[in-house]
Design a protein around this ligand. Sequence first.
Ligand code: URA
Ligand code: SF4
Length: 189
Amino acid sequence: MYTSFQSLMDDVAACEKCGLSKTRTHTVFGEGNIHAPVMFVGEGPGRDEDELGRPFVGRAGQLLDKMLASIQLTRNDVYIANVIKCRPPGNRDPEPDEAAACIGYLRAQVAFIKPRIIVCLGRISAKYILGQDIRITRDRGVWHEAKGFFIMPTYHPAALLRNELLKKDAYQDLLAVRAKLRETGGLTR
Ligand code: URA
Ligand code: SF4
């Protein structure tokens, strides 16, 4: 258990719990509003994120900003994190042992932030947050309730960059997130 958010951040910055510590440039802890009612959780840092130490700053991140804007949110209204805090070489999927080593940090972030809503960006994120293997095209947009959180898997913005046709469904999911925010009293404007 962490007594402060800062001590959690310090632990991640110094972490060597898995092999990804050897190849990373920077850890990517996450950022945003620690009082946010909603967290968006991706898979892990890519090249740009590894270089800058910040989440979703590359092309996928720019699209994530647009996705947020489409439901009148900015980065200051949400908290953005990843399942894995260090970049897997070549952007490969994280190995299960790497995810297992790292997921405690995300859980601790969630415990501090206590969002009402967690949006899983992509299959890998959903897999480790929900603890089940899903198919994103089939299972996106569905609410799961666990431990007092509303959790929804949707497309990763990188998937939307690869296939524009998915954007329509992604937007429906975002509208559902906005509606759930309103329903749970998390919308201040
Ligand atoms: N993709 C992710 O899953 N996370 C990031 O931070 C950037 C790209
Ligand atoms: Fe530690 Fe997570 Fe980085 Fe592995 S990926 S070294 S567990 S912070």
